[in-house]
Design a protein around this ligand. Structure first.
Ligand code: IMP
Length: 193
């Protein structure tokens, strides 16, 4: 872990703050659903896997989990703009109360695609829980029902979120040193991620 920590410029949200907020989110979600709701949590892979694992332990109503994997980013911090399903759900969501669990909503393109896609499958309700929200970069307005934290316009990593598939195992949300993702000779950070 020490080698990974050397790549971190600053910690934005500490492990303690993440865990404390997840306890609150668990209470909010528990209050919003009842045991009769046939609740299904859909984890958006890969970034939300750690959040889902901690969140479900704070939710006190009966529920099932399923997974969907979407590609929206390449290996860097620049969005490809192309969204497609890499892994689809195992379960039929018709008539289910569905809660999408996301790691971060940035431009909103990924979530917009997922919600429109899932809506066509006839869920009884469809809501969204995201750990992080980056509202400054929103291109598509997507309603968010449960939000952990708002983050500034910086590329963040840790607690499930990656940069080039690494750093997911950091227990906090941090900003990496700029030289890691800046091409050689480029002084300004990417304006489009
Ligand atoms: P959007 O489609 O622009 O809203 O981006 C959503 C997806 O992009 C998220 O689910 C993440 O996988 C990824 N993403 C966006 N911003 C960041 C970031 O700051 N760090 C890591 N991944 C990010």
């Amino acid at each position: 872990m020490r080698r990974l920590l050397n790549d971190v410029e600053k910690v934005l949200i500490s492990e303690q703050d993440i865990q404390a907020r997840i306890v609150e989110l668990g209470r909010e979600i528990t209050a919003a659903y009842t045991d009769q709701d046939r609740l299904l949590l859909i984890c958006v892979l890969k970034g939300a896997f750690m959040f889902l694992a901690d969140l479900v332990r704070q939710i006190e109503v009966r529920h099932a989990v399923d997974f969907i994997e979407i590609s929206s980013y390449g290996s860097g911090t620049v969005s490809s703009g192309v969204v497609r399903i890499l892994l689809d759900l195992e379960q039929d969501i018709t008539g289910r109360h569905v809660l999408i669990v996301e790691d971060i909503v940035d431009t909103g393109r990924t979530l917009d695609y997922i919600t429109r896609n899932l809506q066509t499958r006839g869920p009884a309700s469809l809501r969204v829980c995201t750990l992080l929200n980056k509202p400054s970069r929103r291109e598509i307005d997507v309603p968010l029902d449960f939000v952990g934290f708002e983050v500034p316009d910086e590329f963040v990593a840790g607690y499930g979120l990656d940069f080039a598939e690494a750093y997911r195992n950091l227990p906090f949300i941090g900003v990496l040193k700029p030289e890691l993702y800046k091409p050689q000779g480029q002084d300004e950070p990417d304006s489009c991620r």
